[in-house]
Structure formats: C-alpha cells, structure tokens
Design a protein around this ligand. Structure first.
Ligand code: PGA
Length: 258
C-alpha cells in the first residue's frame, strides 16, 4: 500500500452539487491516472451520489467527510456507512472539526472506524494535538491516546485498510503549517504506537498522511519527508488546479519508507 501516495482533498462544507461536478470535470482534464498516486475527494454528502456516477473510480476515488456509526434505524438526519457503501471508498473519521465543534469522543470515533470497516469503507483516522498540548510537550501522548481510542477494537488485518492522518489542530485552516521535521517526528511516534498495538509488519505498511494548511508550495516538503505517505488538504484543495498540481508533484516523488 505504501508504494501509493494518498492525496485527499477535504472540501468541508463547500461547493454546491453543480460546483462539485464542475470541479471534478476540471480536475479530470488536468490530471492523468498514476499507479503510484491515489487521488481522493472528500466531497459533501449531497454531491457524492452524482460524483460517483461521474468519476472513473480507477482515477478519482471518493470519501465521506463523516457518517453515523449505526447501520440503520431511527436516527433522524444521519447518514450511515451502510448507505455510503458502494458510493465512497474512504471516509474521514475523527477530524478535529468533528472532535471539537461536534464533540465527538474516542467512543464515537472507535465505533465509526468499525462501522466503516464493516461496510467495506477505508477509514482515514485523523489525530493531532492542540496548540496548548503541543506547548506543554504532550504531542506524543495525545497521538498515542487518540490512536488507542480510535483503534482499540480493530484487528491487525483491518489495519490494512486504515490510513492515519496527522493533523495538528493548530495547523488546520490557520495558515500555520507544521514543518516537515515536526511531521517526521509525529509520523514516527504514530508508527511506533501502531507497532506497539499491532506489530512491526502492520506498522510498516500503514499509510500516514499529513494535513494542516498544506499549500502548493509546502506540499513537496512533506512528500519528501520519510514516513509520510500522503496529504489531507483542506482550503488549498478547493482550487482544482492547485489540487491537480499537488497530485502531479506526488507522482514525481518516490515513497520514502521509514
Ligand atoms: P486546511 O484543512 O488544509 O485548510 O488546513 C486541512 C483539513 O482540515 O483536513
């Protein structure tokens, strides 16, 4: 898996159905498929069904930004992984906006990871420390806690379809991106916690992404960082040209394992 870079656009609550379709049309025209890069768009729920018909899934994959962990039932307003099955290949789980604005806790996140796996959707589990936790030197502890919290009910086999996104909360949407050395250290801490939980074989294969104010200029630095296997991009991904250029940059890099 790690021979493929995972480059994910997180549209968040942006784009109408029509705008999302136009974006995909432009992105499709500007990029070619590469065996070494997986391009994923985390679009809003309303756009996903039509985008799923529009895209060539071998070239562009789709992700859900969120879902509820039950498969069906009386949960007014929610969307389940069962309903998303066949529409998306991936789903974000535990994004900091979900953790902080919508108060999702480890229990919710753990249940969502399992629901995604149960429904053949690959979770991208997001972890990251706040500015305060970083200032008090708690980054590694926070990452470990969030990994244990999110992954405690999955098997080593399930891990083959889970990716981890390191997204420091202080870097998301702030323009203050983490420097590649910070990301390298965090990726190492994440991989060592995965080793602790599932063994070296699983840890060697898990893809770790960086997210937080990634721009066209900063993307290459992360893609060159050992132990980093992809990017989760918010605001810079809203421009299809920029996102397409980052995908092209990813294609030019080999994967540096660590
Ligand atoms: P940003 O968002 O690139 O706008 O910081 C990243 C994310 O929230 O995944």
């Amino acid at each position: 898996m790690r021979d493929k870079k995972l480059i994910v656009a997180n549209f968040k609550m942006n784009f109408t159905i029509h705008e999302a379709s136009l974006y995909v049309h432009r992105l499709d025209e500007a990029t070619t498929s590469h065996r070494d890069v997986e391009m994923v768009l985390a679009a809003g729920f309303l756009s996903l069904p039509s985008l799923s018909m529009q895209v060539d899934h071998r070239k562009i994959k789709l992700a859900a930004q969120n879902f509820y962990w039950r498969d069906q039932g009386a949960f007014t307003g929610e969307v389940s992984a069962t309903q998303l099955k066949g529409v998306v290949d991936y789903a974000l789980v535990g994004h900091s906006e979900r953790r902080h604005i919508f108060r999702e806790n480890d229990k919710d996140i753990r249940a969502k990871v399992q629901a995604a796996i149960r429904n053949d959707i690959s979770p991208i589990l997001c972890v990251g420390e706040t500015a305060q936790e970083r200032a008090s030197g708690e980054t590694n502890d926070v990452l470990c806690d969030q990994l244990i919290g999110g992954l405690s009910n999955v098997t080593g086999e399930d891990m083959a379809r889970i990716a981890i996104a390191y997204e420091p909360v202080w870097a998301i949407g702030t323009g203050k991106n983490a420097v590649p050395d910070d990301v390298k250290r965090a990726a190492k801490a994440i991989r060592s916690q995965i080793t602790h939980l599932f063994g070296t074989g699983v840890a060697d294969d898990v893809r770790i992404l960086y997210g937080g104010s990634v721009s066209l200029d900063s993307a290459s630095g992360y893609l060159n960082t050992s132990g980093v296997d992809g990017l989760l991009i918010g605001s810079a991904s809203l421009d299809s040209h920029i996102f397409g250029s980052i995908v092209k940059a990813a294609h030019k890099k080999g994967t540096k394992k660590a």
